[in-house]
Write a protein that binds this ligand. Structure first.
Ligand code: IYR
Length: 223
């Protein structure tokens, strides 16, 4: 039942032709997105970062709890600490923790424990998931579908950055508890990923990998 106050939906209805054209245009734009590991020193305007985080914050979330927090880091001393801690975890991962099967799956990407982009890219956006929220009087509320919600918001963020002309890399050192400590975030939050954002270096390369065709990722059960 509609109990709270409701307002009219602001929605632009498009013709079929417009829908097809817009979907094709977006497809072309988003298919150009690649995960980038080689960055130039060029800085991204703060306003771009603020706008893309606003875009991410507009994502749907369980019960509209908006269970996310974004920490933007440009400070070089903090970045050095993050790189140091991340590379320590990555060394463990590549030398001990990862199974042979996992290392084999990663081989085409050419990744290893060295993460220079954590210091060279314009900024890092660390995405935290909030298991709980607190109201003005400090009462704790459980958030719902947090992983799904933060996943959607992260997708919005990556797409918004790409649309603005900013390259990204989703970096997931594991475990990521060190980020709570370095960035002074509470225990009710957990880092989900480090989103590296910046401009690619002139000699940037990316692995020669392909995306699955539509037939392999979708089925249509038509009526
Ligand atoms: N976190 C490691 C390993 C890694 C894991 C996956 I799955 C990737 O798609 C890429 C890397 C790293 O960042 O190197």
């Amino acid at each position: 039942m509609k109990q709270d106050s409701f307002i009219p939906l602001d929605f632009i209805e498009r013709t079929d032709d417009e829908m097809v054209a817009r979907s094709a245009e977006f497809l072309q734009l988003i298919q150009q997105r690649r995960s980038v590991r080689d960055y130039s020193a060029r800085e991204i305007p703060r306003q771009v970062i603020e706008n893309v985080i606003r875009a991410a914050g507009s994502a749907p979330s369980g019960a509209n709890m908006q269970p996310w927090h974004f920490v933007v880091v440009t400070d070089s001393a903090v970045r050095a600490r993050i790189r140091d801690a991340a590379e320590q975890e990555e060394r463990e991962f590549y030398n001990h923790r990862a199974s042979a099967e996992w290392l084999e799956a990663l081989a085409p990407l050419g990744t290893d424990e060295r993460k220079p982009f954590l210091e060279t890219a314009s900024c890092l956006i660390i995405i935290f998931l909030k298991k709980f929220s607190f109201n003005a009087s400090g009462k704790q509320f459980k958030n719902y579908y947090t992983m799904e919600s933060v996943g959607i918001a992260s997708g919005f963020l990556i797409a918004a950055l790409h649309n603005a002309g900013v390259a990204t890399l989703t970096h997931t050192p594991s475990p990521m508890r060190f980020l709570n400590e370095i960035l002074d975030r509470p225990h009710s939050e957990r880092a989900v990923m480090v989103l590296v954002a910046g401009l690619p270096s002139e000699d940037a390369t990316v692995p020669d990998i392909a995306r699955l065709p539509l037939e392999e990722i979708a089925s249509f059960i038509d009526g």
